[in-house]
Design a protein around this ligand. Structure first.
Ligand code: MN
Length: 217
């Protein structure tokens, strides 16, 4: 079944590819033992990995260390290729909050061997996404995002702290890919990532706009 993206105003789009940005906050790059990369780190989750508010992340049996990463999500509203950052906002349909669920142990092993992150990052249920707030409802390009685990605050930032803005990321991705309506951009996580366990309740917040609540099984 093809996944959709549901908007807060009742609209929906068929979900496309989720393009994800690695290490887009300096403090998170530091906690991962890295420097901010000189060119963007990009990986992809398949649209089938999306889950919605009220659903559960299913812990894969092959990992012993699955992490949450709370991220601002942007949704492409019109197909584009080779656009500039000045043009990018015209191609963004809306914003939400998502969790880039990551098998950290498998990612570390892949990193050490120079292998892709496709399994560690793109497994089933690895892309919880909130309802999408239409861009026309948004008053600022900058958002406060927060992640709570069983009621405790784990991550909090303002997206002004991103190394590369949403518009820069859309422009860069458009030079590499044909971006299509319904494609999703996970814009990177701030510091404070950590492990999840069966029975956890995660709440991701796009402050003032929308929340995402998921369980873990
Ligand atoms: Mn991430």
């Amino acid at each position: 079944m093809r996944k959709k993206l549901f908007f807060t105003n009742g609209n929906a789009l068929q979900a496309g590819v989720a393009y994800c940005i690695g290490q887009n906050y300096a403090a998170h790059a530091r906690e991962m033992g890295s420097a901010v990369p000189t060119s963007p780190i990009i990986f992809i989750k398949p649209p089938s990995s999306i889950i919605y508010d009220g659903e559960n992340i299913i812990l894969p049996k092959i990992s012993k260390n699955v992490h949450y990463e709370c991220e601002l999500v942007a949704v492409i509203g019109k197909d584009c290729h080779n656009i500039t950052k000045e043009q990018a906002s015209d191609f963004i349909a809306g914003y939400g909050v998502g969790i880039d669920v990551t098998m950290r142990d498998l990612q570390a092993e892949a990193k050490s061997k120079g292998h892709p992150w496709a399994i560690a990052k793109g497994f089933a249920t690895s892309a919880p996404i909130s309802k999408i707030v239409p861009a026309s409802y948004v008053s600022s390009n900058f958002f406060d995002i927060e992640l709570y685990q069983n009621g405790s605050l784990r991550q909090k930032t303002n997206t002004s702290q991103m190394e590369r803005s949403v518009e820069e990321l859309v422009a860069f991705l458009s030079t590499v890919y044909y971006l299509e309506e319904g494609d999703i951009i996970f814009t990177g996580t701030p510091e404070g990532v950590g492990p999840i366990a069966r029975g956890d309740k995660l709440k991701a917040v796009l402050r003032g706009y929308v929340e995402l609540n998921v369980g873990v099984e």
